[in-house]
Design a protein around this ligand. Structure first.
Ligand code: PLP
Length: 426
């Protein structure tokens, strides 16, 4: 049979029950797994046999869902994490240690910006943020001899800038390091960064993949393409013996699975942050309809963006599906089927009008969340960034009137009707 297409992978990948086994992926709600001899268990601890022994390292429910995500992205392996934050932390920390440096697009989620710019600096890992729109020469100038990776977000939250993945991959590879891409907003239904040269992909599965706002989670996927051994001096953690694993060298023992095995056997062992099997089960239910939900999010967002653009009470609209958007050409190249359901816009009259508008919404809910089946809205100046003055907001790239609207999969007419009646009251 030919390889399954993405729609079939959403439904079928990861769990192929044999005779008499449950049709639906079971929740292995067990911290531990039984063996018959001490020797069998010892071989697992030495990574000489494959098998489960403790859920902090691996769990069959989690592995089934991870392999579905790996199949969707076209990777060789994946792991689930307890959150998107944990996924991005592990993805970088797996190849960076104290004294190392990495380069990162400045157009990324605020939580990731803080993780990289503040918390990881405290661990001795330095980062340089670069504009994703800067030239290859300008971005290349940020690299140092101790730079270990380049990081970007396919579509940034909340500024909605589209990453030129091929450009970023070229820059990373010309410096002998991998490109890591957070692909949360488009999901592999709309964009598969490995096809454009990315090496590692991360996700906040909390967003569209779960899609129903039930479970916080994350994922890391490896393309298997990056040749760690060719740059062995930069990646001693992968290419030299790991003392905490009896001197095993990940690249020698696991080949294309070296990066994922190290992240599981070393980082997950030492730092925890596993996704609960219950959450992985719910994530799998979300994934089963991802291919149906994403096109509906995109169709609805396109209609809402076009409606907002023609309404004279709206000052500006940012959505890469609009032909006059700065990122329209990149969105067409990397996401021809549609980008995501998140739009940002501002109302004439600024912050006060924005607040009155949001308070008047009836179906669309005010929540600290995006990428949910239900339409939802957030005003960063009043919520996530409320401690900042208008001047500070502008410095941080968040306009005081910016409303982030995550368009759900309801009927677009109802979403627009709710926006209309709220605009009338604002
Ligand atoms: N990456 C992106 C693009 C996000 O939007 C978010 C959260 O909004 C995260 C990572 C962090 O994910 P989580 O909230 O699951 O920790």
């Amino acid at each position: 049979m030919n390889p399954l297409k993405p729609e079939s992978l959403c439904v079928q990948a990861g769990w192929a029950p044999k005779k008499g086994e449950p049709r639906v992926l079971p929740i292995y709600q067990s911290t531990t797994f039984k063996y018959e001899t001490s020797e069998q268990m010892a071989r697992l601890f030495d990574l000489e046999d494959n098998g489960y022994f403790y859920t902090r390292l691996q769990n069959p429910t989690n592995d089934a869902v991870a392999s579905k995500i790996a199949a969707l992205e076209g990777g060789v392996g994946a792991m689930l994490t307890s959150s998107g934050q944990a996924a991005n932390f592990y993805a970088v920390f797996n190849i960076c240690q104290a004294g190392d440096h990495f380069v990162c697009s400045s157009a990324i989620y605020g939580g990731t910006f803080n993780l990289f710019g503040v918390t990881m600096k405290k661990l001795g890992i330095d980062v340089t943020f670069v504009s994703p729109d800067a030239s290859e020469e300008e971005i290349g100038a940020a690299f140092r001899p101790n730079t270990k990776c380049l990081f970007g977000e396919t579509i940034s939250n909340p500024s909605l800038e589209v990453l030129d993945i091929e450009k970023f991959a070229r820059i990373a590879h010309s410096h002998g390091v991998p490109l890591i891409v957070d692909n949360t907003f488009p999901t592999p239904i709309n964009c598969r960064p490995f096809e454009w040269g990315a090496d590692i992909v991360t996700h906040s599965t909390t967003k569209y993949m779960d899609g129903h706002a039930t479970s916080v989670g994350g994922a890391i996927v490896d393309s298997g393409h990056f040749d760690w051994e060719a740059h062995a001096d930069k990646f001693p953690g992968l290419c030299t013996p790991d003392e905490s694993y009896h001197g095993l060298t990940y690249t020698k023992a696991f080949g294309k699975m070296a990066y994922m095995t190290k992240a599981t056997a070393q980082l997950m062992r030492d730092l925890g942050s596993i996704q609960s099997p219950q959450n992985a089960f719910l994530l799998n239910l979300g994934l089963e309809t991802l291919h149906l939900r994403m096109p509906q999010h995109c169709r609805n967002a396109q209609r809402v963006a076009e409606f907002l653009q023609q309404d004279e009470r709206v000052a500006w609209v940012n959505y890469c599906g609009l032909p006059d958007n700065k990122y329209y050409p990149l969105a067409q190249k990397y996401m021809p089927k549609g980008s995501c359901g998140v739009i940002s816009f501002g109302l004439k009259g600024g912050r006060d009008v924005s607040i009155r508008f949001m308070d008047a919404l009836q179906m669309i809910a005010i929540v600290t969340h995006v990428a949910d089946a239900r339409s939802c809205v957030l005003h960063p100046a009043s919520h996530t960034h409320r401690q900042l003055s208008d001047e500070q907001l502008i410095e941080a790239g968040v306009r005081p009137d910016l409303i982030r609207l995550s368009v759900g999969i309801e009927n677009a007419d109802d979403i627009i009707a709710d926006i209309c009646q709220a605009l009338n009251q604002a």
